[in-house]
Write a protein that binds this ligand. Structure first.
Ligand SMILES: Nc1nc2c(ncn2[C@@H]2O[C@H](COP(=O)(O)OP(=O)(O)OP(=O)(O)O)[C@@H](O)[C@H]2O)c(=O)[nH]1
Length: 217
């Protein structure tokens, strides 16, 4: 397994960096918000999706990756993003922002509807190459993250953990969080062992993540 330094040394291989530059300089745009399967766009692009607990920093990360401040709505109100939001990246990729899960006091019916939509989505997209499961670097993997990971295992969607807000983790706590995440990932057959450490605020890990997206097999 790759040893990760913290913060991550954010230098992808030159070819990957070049591919990332090409892809991300092609520009990102909001395409549509989807609430039901029949609203999904044509399945004709390389697709990656971002999942994570409410307030994990998903919108902020998508904005930072694409260099478009207002692209994904970032808010302080947990659980506002309740649709599957599709963004085009150049003319070859979709970035897909899944609704945040695990927010407090969500009505059971809302949670169930979300789970059903997610299951159908994960099972039904041929272009979906990878899911990124965002984990708050301060908190590590929670049970609700484990549930999503299990769903990804069952749907045979390979996924990778992306630790967010790494700038907020004290140096003395870093190794413990990494070890916890590593341990949980090891129990999921669809998980990549390598994680990506990010801070949208500091720009950590963004080039690595862009390069991963641009070079997906
Ligand atoms: N320090 C720090 N704060 C961050 C970072 N990324 C996001 N935040 C903050 O975390 C809060 C939540 O970020 P969002 O991007 O709205 O989170 P989200 O996951 O899209 O939330 P939902 O819409 O509820 O799903 C905001 O106050 C952000 O400013 C980061 O890398 N570092």
């Amino acid at each position: 397994m790759t040893t990760l330094r913290f913060p991550l040394s954010d230098r992808p291989e030159p070819q990957a960096a070049e591919a990332a530059h090409r892809l991300f300089s092609a520009g990102a745009d909001f395409l549509k918000g989807v609430v039901a399967m029949d609203g999904l766009p044509d399945d004709d692009r390389v697709e990656v999706c971002f999942a994570g607990r409410s307030n994990v920093g998903k919108s902020t990360l998508i904005n930072a990756l694409t260099n478009r401040k207002g692209l994904a709505r970032a808010s302080n109100t947990p659980g506002r993003t309740q649709e599957i939001n599709y963004f085009t990246l150049g003319d070859s990729h979709y970035l897909v922002d899944l609704p945040g899960y695990g927010f407090a006091n969500a009505p059971v019916a809302v949670v169930r509807r979300w789970q059903d939509l997610l299951k159908t989505y994960l099972a039904g997209r041929a272009g979906l190459r990878r899911a990124f499961v965002l984990i708050d670097a301060r908190h590590g993997v929670k049970d609700v993250d484990d549930e999503i990971m299990t769903l990804l295992d069952r749907s045979a969607v390979t996924f990778q953990a992306v630790l967010t807000k790494a700038d907020k983790v004290k140096e003395k706590d870093r190794e413990a969080v990494l070890a916890q995440v590593r341990g949980r990932l090891a129990t999921h057959p669809a998980a990549f062992p390598e994680m990506v450490l990010t801070s949208s605020e500091k720009g950590w890990g963004l080039d690595t993540l862009r390069a991963l997206i641009a070079t997906l097999p």
